[in-house]
Design a protein around this ligand. Structure first.
Ligand code: G
Ligand code: G
Ligand code: MN
Ligand code: NA
Length: 260
């Protein structure tokens, strides 16, 4: 497989880059954060999706290096803009940086130490770093997950559950593993106008989030109808093509600069 042969050198050859998708307050439109999304620009194959190469990187035991590259690049990029700013008491909160962490990367012993080292090296504030993990990261190895979560929270890093609703986490899990936010999978958002079950599901997640006092982000919002529906249901945060596609680094920096 060509991607298997080329993946080990891809980052070193400068073929890996991050794009950043804004996360907005659905009422005001104000940007509250950005999700970093990895892109592989392959010289022959064009853009290869992380959906394809992240599982491969996990199999090839390369996910820790790739994941560290992502974390460091994202933190460095954000810190390069907001680093020198001392916010006054009335200043709006600096935007969060959401970074995806694969299950194997999360469960690898020493992951929290890697995060700690990158925060130290870049100077990026832990409280602005929100890691997105999926439900499987919590379920596959309960002890390691509990240990890592505790260590990350001690650093002040926040944890969001990505693709929420598609995995197997139960209420008991959310109780045992305290997290800071849930991202409602875009499959449910896509069906909001079409079936009542999706509406009920989204309402249930919103209620759950309110009860647990965690943030909710609705993913994959593509239409005003979806946005309005979510706003009426009390969802605060949203992300999707309606607001913005993922932005190149330079465009992200320009937006961040304007905020500072
Ligand atoms: O951006 P796109 O829709 O192609 O992403 C496809 C999948 O890859 C999504 O599940 C997304 O969470 C994941 N992904 C995107 N960027 C990263 C990354 O930097 N690290 C990991 N582990 N997964 C990522
Ligand atoms: O699994 P995760 O939620 O991290 O995946 C995020 C992926 O969703 C990114 O690859 C991003 O490109 C994609 N995405 C973001 N907004 C939209 C949208 O409005 N519609 C669709 N179909 N995909 C989106
Ligand atoms: Mn994500
Ligand atoms: Na998702």
């Amino acid at each position: 497989l060509q991607i298997e042969a080329d993946l080990p050198q891809a980052a070193r050859r400068g073929q890996m880059r991050l794009v950043y998708q804004p996360i907005v307050d659905l009422q005001s439109g104000v940007v509250g954060g950005y999700e970093a999304l990895l892109r592989w620009q392959h010289p022959q194959l064009g853009t290869v999706s992380p959906g394809e190469f992240v599982p491969l990187a996990e199999e090839l035991e390369m996910i820790s290096d790739l994941g560290s590259f992502v974390l460091e690049e994202a933190c460095r990029t954000f810190q390069s803009v907001s680093g020198g700013v001392t916010a006054g008491p009335d200043a709006p909160a600096a935007p969060a940086l959401q970074v995806n962490v694969s299950t194997r990367q999360f469960l690898r012993p020493g992951f929290a130490q890697v995060v700690c080292r990158i925060l130290d090296a870049t100077g990026f504030p832990a409280s602005r770093l929100h890691l997105e993990i999926t439900e499987s990261a919590l379920i596959l190895d309960l002890d390691e997950a509990a240990r890592t979560l505790t260590e990350l929270r001690a650093l002040g890093v926040r944890i969001h559950i990505d693709d929420f609703g598609t995995g197997h986490s139960s209420l008991a899990f959310l109780h045992r593993f305290p997290v800071d936010g849930l991202k409602i999978d875009r499959a449910f958002i896509a069906r909001l106008g079409e079936d009542q079950v999706s509406v009920k599901l989204v309402e249930t997640v919103l209620l759950l989030a309110r009860t647990l006092e965690v943030e909710v982000i609705a993913e994959g919002i593509e239409t005003r109808m979806q946005r309005d529906h979510l706003t009426r249901m009390g969802c605060r945060w949203g992300q999707g093509y309606l607001f913005s596609r993922p932005l190149e680094r330079a465009d992200t920096l320009a937006l961040l600069q304007a905020d500072c």
